[in-house]
Design a protein around this ligand. Structure first.
Ligand SMILES: Nc1nc2c(ncn2[C@@H]2O[C@H](COP(=O)(O)OP(=O)(O)OP(=O)(O)O)[C@@H](O)[C@H]2O)c(=O)[nH]1
Ligand SMILES: [Mg+2]
Length: 359
C-alpha cells in the first residue's frame, strides 16, 4: 500500500516525510522522482502483545510513503501541473495533500500568498480536470470499439464511465460516488486521481496552536463535498519531536497539548480510509501484525501469511485482542469461552489474534 504526499512547493512535505525516517524500516531515494520510505504502522495493541510474550522479534504492519516534489511557479509566473507530477501522483493508493498554512517570509509561496483554501481548490480542480479528460477519451473509445466488437466487458463499462463522467462534470470528486465491488474492479486499472481516498493535512506554525481547531473547521465546511479527511499538523514541531528520545517527546507533546503525533494519525487514518485492518499472530518467536481488507475470511487471512496456509487450511484458533488482554492468557480465554475454533468462512475482525491450523 502506498500513500503519496502531494502539494505545492515548500508546503512542508519533506519536513513531514523526514519525521518518518525515525520509523522507517528501509529507505530509498531517487531525486528525479518521488522519494520512498517504508514506514511501520504504529500499533499499541501489538506493543502490548510483545510485552506479554517478550518475543525475539516484533513485526509491525508497513505502509509506503512517497514524497513527491511539489509544484513550482513556472516562467510565466503561474503554477502549472506537469505530466511527471500527475504520473507520480497516480501511482498511489491514497493521497495526502500537504497544504501550507504556516507563515514565514523567508520561504516564498509559489503563488506568493498564504491561502490554504486556494491551494486545496487548485489541486482538486486540476485533478478533476485530468479525470474528466480521461473519462471523455474512454467514453469515445468504448463507443468506437463497441461498433467493432460485442465484448460484454465494454457493455458493462459504458454505463459506469457515463455515471462517473456525469458526476465529475458536476465538479464533484469521484471518491464521493458510491460504487460497488464490481465497479471498483473495472476502474482499478485506470488510476483516477479524484477516486483516491484523500487526507488533507494542513501545516500550521506554532502561532496558530490556539486557533487551529477553528480554522480546520472552516476549511472542512468549505470543502464538505470533497469526501476528504482533514488533519491539522505542525511540520516543524513534528520534526523536532521525531529527533527526541521517547521520554522527552512525551513531555514536549504534553506542553504543546498534542495528543498524537501527525505521523501516527496519518498512518492510522490512511489505514482506515483504505478499508484495511490488522490481525495478529503472537508467540515467543514473533509478534506480528498482518494487513488485510475488511471482510476477509479466516482462509483469506491465512493466505496472507502463506499461500500454503490458504490451500491447506483446516481451522483457525481465534481470540480477540481485547479479550486476550482482559483475561491475560490463552488458557484463561479458553476457560472464559472467548477462545474458539472457527472455519474458513469466518470473517476476521480487526484485532483478532489468530493461530492457523493447517495440513
Ligand atoms: N517556519 C516554518 N517553516 C517551515 C514549516 N514547515 C516547513 N518549513 C520550512 O519550509 C521549507 C520548505 O519545507 P519542505 O518540507 O522542504 O517543503 P516541501 O513541501 O518538501 O517542498 P518541495 O519539495 O520543494 O515541494 C523548509 O525550509 C522548512 O524548514 C513550518 O511549519 N514553519
Ligand atoms: Mg520536498
Amino acid at each position: 500500500m502506498q500513500i503519496g504526499l502531494v502539494g505545492l512547493q515548500f508546503s512542508g512535505k519533506t519536513t513531514l516525510f523526514n519525521t518518518l525516517s525515525s520509523n522507517a524500516s528501509h529507505s530509498q531515494s531517487n531525486k528525479e522522482e518521488a522519494t520512498v520510505e517504508v514506514v511501520k504502522v504504529p500499533d499499541e495493541r501489538l506493543d502490548n502483545c510483545s510485552k506479554i510474550f517478550n518475543p525475539k522479534k516484533q513485526v509491525n504492519a508497513t505502509i509506503e510513503v512517497f514524497d513527491i516534489p511539489g509544484l513550482r511557479m513556472s516562467e510565466d509566473n503561474k503554477v502549472k501541473i506537469t505530466n511527471s507530477f500527475l504520473t507520480a501522483v497516480r501511482n498511489n493508493d491514497a493521497l495526502f495533500y500537504v497544504i501550507r498554512a504556516f507563515k514565514d517570509e523567508s520561504i516564498v509561496h509559489p503563488m506568493n500568498t498564504i491561502d490554504p483554501a486556494r491551494d486545496i481548490e487548485f489541486l482538486e480542480t486540476e485533478f478533476l480536470f485530468s479525470d474528466i479528460a480521461f473519462l471523455e477519451n474512454r467514453l469515445e473509445k468504448i463507443k468506437k470499439d463497441m461498433l467493432k466488437s460485442k465484448d460484454e466487458r465494454l457493455k458493462k463499462e459504458l454505463p459506469l464511465i457515463e455515471k462517473l463522467f456525469q458526476h465529475a462534470e458536476k465538479e464533484l470528486p469521484l471518491r464521493t460516488l458510491e460504487l460497488d465491488e464490481t465497479e471498483i474492479k473495472i476502474l482499478s486499472g485506470y488510476q483516477l486521481l479524484t477516486l483516491k481516498p484523500l487526507v488533507i493535512a494542513v501545516n500550521y506554525d506554532e502561532s496558530s496552536i490556539a486557533t487551529v481547531d477553528e480554522e480546520i473547521k472552516k476549511l472542512k465546511s468549505k470543502f464538505e463535498k470533497s469526501g476528504a479527511e482533514f488533519i491539522p499538523f505542525f511540520a516543524k514541531i513534528e520534526y523536532e519531536l521525531s529527533q527526541m528520545t521517547e521520554e522527552d517527546r512525551q513531555i514536549f507533546m504534553q506542553d504543546y497539548g498534542i495528543k498524537e503525533s501527525a505521523l501516527s494519525k496519518i498512518l492510522r487514518t490512511s489505514y482506515q480510509m483504505l478499508g484495511l485492518q490488522s490481525f495478529f499472530t503472537v508467540g515467543e518467536d514473533e509478534c506480528r501484525a498482518w494487513t488485510i481488507k475488511k471482510n476477509f475470511t479466516a482462509q483469506q487471512a491465512a493466505g496472507v501469511i502463506h499461500t500454503d496456509f490458504f490451500n491447506k487450511f483446516i481451522r483457525a484458533e481465534v481470540v480477540h485482542y481485547d479479550d486476550f488482554i482482559k483475561y491475560g492468557s490463552f488458557a484463561k480465554c479458553k476457560d472464559a469461552g472467548v477462545w474458539r475454533l472457527e472455519g474458513k468462512e469466518y470473517i476476521v475482525k480487526d484485532g483478532d489474534i489468530l493461530n492457523i491450523r493447517h495440513n
